[in-house]
Design a protein around this ligand. Structure first.
Ligand SMILES: Nc1ncnc2c1ncn2[C@@H]1O[C@H](COP(=O)(O)OP(=O)(O)OP(=O)(O)O)[C@@H](O)[C@H]1O
Length: 340
């Protein structure tokens, strides 16, 4: 298990060779300061090979800055980066052709068509033999659903189409790592589903994917791993399933006798709180059968008892609430797209 729920103040040295080989990207003590703004601080990111890692965080939490540093677009103030086994910036020339990226504001030419823009990008791909350029462009356009609009000028594209073209550029050649910064920005639900499918295809083909998102539901549906950033630091990272598991387990009990149930559980030293419907009972140091038995013994009618599944939204709220409750609530609202 690779889960950690707090950012260590100092980087733990990693001299385990076997572990190193299985990591597509790793940062140690990464820090970026812009004037008086600390955009990123003490970030120790681990991106296992073959993982789909969702980088989550509210606006301004440092996602884009971290991604830009990983791609060699921004120089860190401090810290180390290893990308596909090579240190940055020294190894950039060697590893970056194996990395496809969709980051904010790809530099496409407004007066050229989508296809012409992509042909220009393809011409600069060191891994693409010149005889394969046209086919690679058509394949990439097809893959992102832009083939029918490929003849149109870029400046007339919607935000979603621009995103798709950026993604097509990232997919021009087979990459070891694909980095997508907010890939569903500006996309309608169908476009969002397409991105989800493309990520799933990449994952199935063994490509490592790093994707940043505001959308907890998106990350929960597509990612194997999660890294949560808050105010520039990592507050949790690891396998999604492990993080959710570590979030603790609980029981939702539906009963018409909520007050009596809470009293009985308090006497049994079992932690519980009322919900809109029924109550939530923490299963720390107790079990579901023990809770039900306690309630039944106390004469409480138990209509239903269901294991509570910790969702990413709840986990995120808990991680950030610890620091500042008001701030974390607005953060969850932002992340969830107001979908609570
Ligand atoms: N070029 C820059 N100059 C000055 N400050 C910057 C620059 N880039 C980022 N910042 C600041 O660094 C912090 C982190 O920004 P960043 O864009 O990395 O966050 P983010 O999590 O990607 O946010 P969002 O979700 O809004 O894109 C913010 O306070 C931002 O204002």
């Amino acid at each position: 298990m690779t889960t950690s729920t707090s950012a260590p103040a100092t980087a733990a040295p990693q001299n385990d060779g076997a572990k190193k080989a299985a990591v597509a990207a790793r940062t140690r003590g990464l820090r970026k300061v812009y004037g008086s703004t600390v955009a990123v601080d003490r970030v120790d990111l681990e991106l296992p090979e073959g993982a789909v890692l969702g980088m989550l965080g509210p606006n301004g939490s440092g996602k884009t800055t971290t991604i830009r540093m990983l791609l060699g677009l921004v120089r860190p103030t401090q810290g180390e980066i290893e990308l596909l086994g090579k240190p940055l910036p020294e190894g950039a020339e060697h590893v970056l052709p194996h990395v496809g990226a969709l980051v904010e504001g790809p530099g496409f030419h407004p007066f050229l068509s989508g296809r012409e823009n992509l042909l220009r990008c393809a011409a600069f791909e060191p891994l693409l033999p010149s005889g394969s350029v046209r086919q690679a462009v058509e394949d990439a356009l097809e893959r992102v659903g832009l083939a029918a609009a490929a003849h149109r000028r870029y400046r007339g594209y919607s935000l979603g189409m621009k995103q798709r073209l950026g993604l097509a550029a990232a997919l021009l050649v087979h990459r070891k790592l694909i980095v997508l910064d907010e890939p569903t920005n500006g996309l309608d639900p169908a476009g969002t589903r397409e991105i989800r499918r493309i990520i799933a295809d990449l994952h199935a083909a063994g490509t490592t994917v790093l994707v940043s998102s505001h959308l907890l539901s998106e990350v929960e549906a597509t990612c194997t791993h999660v890294c949560v950033l808050h105010r520039g630091t990592v507050v949790a990272q690891g396998e999604l399933a492990d993080l959710l598991q570590a979030g603790g387990s609980a029981l939702q009990v539906i009963t018409p006798d909520v007050e009596a149930a809470l009293t009985a559980l308090r006497h049994a030293k079992i932690s519980a709180r009322p919900l809109e419907e029924g109550l939530r009972v923490e299963l720390t140091g107790t079990s579901a059968p023990a809770v039900v038995e306690t309630l039944v013994h106390a004469g409480v009618a138990v209509h239903e008892a269901t294991k509570w599944k910790t969702g990413l939204e709840e986990l995120f709220a808990r991680l950030t609430e610890a620091e500042e409750s008001e701030h974390s609530l607005s953060a969850v609202d932002t992340l969830d797209g107001g979908n609570r």
